[in-house]
Write a protein that binds this ligand. Structure first.
Ligand SMILES: *Cc1c(COP(=O)(O)O)cnc(C)c1O
Length: 471
């Protein structure tokens, strides 16, 4: 108990070099509170019979660990090794360098967001990207809102509030979380008029439903599921004709939507926005942070008069996008002007188009060093696996990839949840590593790993215990 008197005073630690370093980094109040906490911890340890190091440098080090935990951001960069490239819970698209630079500049300096530099008069914020969107989609006009859910909400509210919106029963999708088409309809103030059946909808189903109460016909891309077998749907071009003949506005919600034909990079073809516009839709909605590879925004492109009605809706004001995202978006869209360099500069496409052989070579290189870090508790092998695009795009089509499969070493007692504890330790790293547990293995799909050296040095920070040692 005599050693209790050896506990340093908070002020002594603050005056020590290691303590001053904490003050310089975190401020006096934060540093003092952390040192107080560390001293209290050591007092408790002494009373419990332990013999902690009581020198000021050791106390400062303990305080430093407390401050690091307190200061760590939940939004710090991580390694997405889930195999899902556009992982909604991990922030979807990783943006291009040029997009990040544009957003950074717009953050730090004033920009002509709603100001026309040519005339000195008020401008429109959407104008910064409207011309690019016209160019890339062939549409007459474009508007940008918070996300694609907002785009759909705005379209329904503008054209069908207090009236009916006609949708095929086979397309009443839920896009995960709280985006369910019938709920969006209700929030937009429209009555949902379902037509057809789950597996088959015919032109006459739409025609029979059209009447004086119809405000909008909506076609929704079945992004995250596929109905197979005895099926029939009315394609966009035909539906545009039916709606046009009845003078009813027609909106095609593409969800992911892409500006380029992905088959050029060996991926399966998704409908492009240009095709949907050319089919005759009055409006087409799609996301900015799915296949397009930009910031979170939602687009509505289409006929000039229809887009003008959207912009006149007061709801547009509540759904508008800030300067950061507009700046990042403009830079992202500009990359599409040169399809030759798109796959190098746009991370989403670069990762999706990455050849399986290149990923397999990476897995082979990483196997030994990763096995050495995780031994003896775990065994590591390089194995083929399959990645997903994510965010509902091409849900049934996976792409060949490769990764590291980590399994408990032979002889690990059952019921110790060795993989669960390793997964937790990986998530707690300075740069968290997120994989997926399947069939008794923790699989790290390496498709999205581009910083090989950074990955290994980060992994070396694994504490002994859950990762390396037996329980
Ligand atoms: C993803 C998706 C949405 C919602 O888009 P967010 O960008 O997530 O708001 C709407 N419709 C379809 C068909 C989708 O795939």
């Amino acid at each position: 108990m005599d050693r209790l008197r050896d506990l340093p005073a908070v002020d002594d630690v603050l005056r020590h070099d290691a303590g001053s370093a904490l003050v310089a980094r975190f401020g006096r109040a934060e540093a003092a509170a952390a040192i107080r906490g560390a001293v209290a911890e050591m007092r408790a340890a002494l009373r419990a019979g332990a013999a902690p190091d009581l020198r000021p440098a050791a106390v400062a080090e303990a305080a430093d660990r407390r401050l690091a935990v307190r200061d760590a951001s939940g939004l710090r960069p991580l390694f997405n090794l889930t195999g899902t490239v556009l992982h909604t819970n991990l922030g979807r698209a990783v943006l291009a360098e040029s997009a990040a630079e544009a957003a950074r500049a717009a953050m730090l300096e004033p920009v002509a967001l709603e100001y026309d530099l040519a005339t000195g008069r008020r401008g429109e914020r959407d104008d910064h990207v409207a011309e690019l969107l016209r160019e890339l989609t062939g549409a007459e006009a474009a508007t940008v809102v918070n996300n694609n859910a907002a785009a759909v909400l705005l379209v329904i509210n503008t054209f069908a509030a207090g009236r009916e919106a006609v949708v095929s029963r086979g397309e009443l999708v839920e896009i995960g979380g709280s985006f369910r088409m019938p709920d969006i309809m209700a929030q937009a103030g429209a009555r949902l008029r379902e037509v057809g059946t789950t597996n088959r909808t015919h032109p006459r189903d739409y025609r029979d439903a059209f009447g004086p109460e119809t405000g909008l016909v909506l076609k929704i891309h079945t992004s995250n599921y596929r109905i197979e077998g005895y099926t029939a749907e009315v394609e966009g071009a035909e539906l545009a004709g039916l709606a046009g003949a009845a003078a009813i506005p027609f909106c095609n919600d593409l969800g992911s939507g892409t500006l380029v034909d992905l088959s050029r990079w060996g991926l399966k073809k998704e409908p492009t926005v240009r095709e949907a516009v050319a089919e005759g839709a009055d409006l087409v909605t799609f996301s900015g942070d799915k296949l397009l590879g930009g910031p979170q925004v939602g687009f509505v492109v289409g006929r000039r008069d229809a887009v003008a009605r959207l912009n006149a809706n007061p709801m547009k004001r509540a759904l508008r996008v800030d300067k950061l995202r507009l700046a990042a978006l403009e830079a992202t869209l500009k990359l599409y002007r040169d399809p030759e360099t798109l796959a190098q500069k746009l991370p989403t496409l670069r990762l999706l188009a990455r050849p399986a052989a290149e990923i397999a070579a990476l897995a082979a290189r990483l196997r030994d060093p990763v096995a050495a870090i995780l031994a003896p508790a775990h065994a590591v092998s390089a194995e083929p696996c399959r990645s997903q695009i994510g965010s509902g795009a091409l849900p049934v089509d996976t792409i060949p990839s490769a990764g590291l499969a980590i399994r408990p070493a032979p002889g690990t007692p059952p019921g110790t949840d060795a993989l669960g504890r390793l997964a937790a330790a990986l998530r707690a790293l300075p740069r968290p590593v997120v994989g997926r547990v399947t069939d008794g293995a923790l699989v790290l799909d390496l498709r999205c790993l581009e910083d090989e050296a950074g990955f290994l040095s980060n992994l070396r920070a694994l504490p002994p215990g859950p990762a390396a040692g037996p329980p």
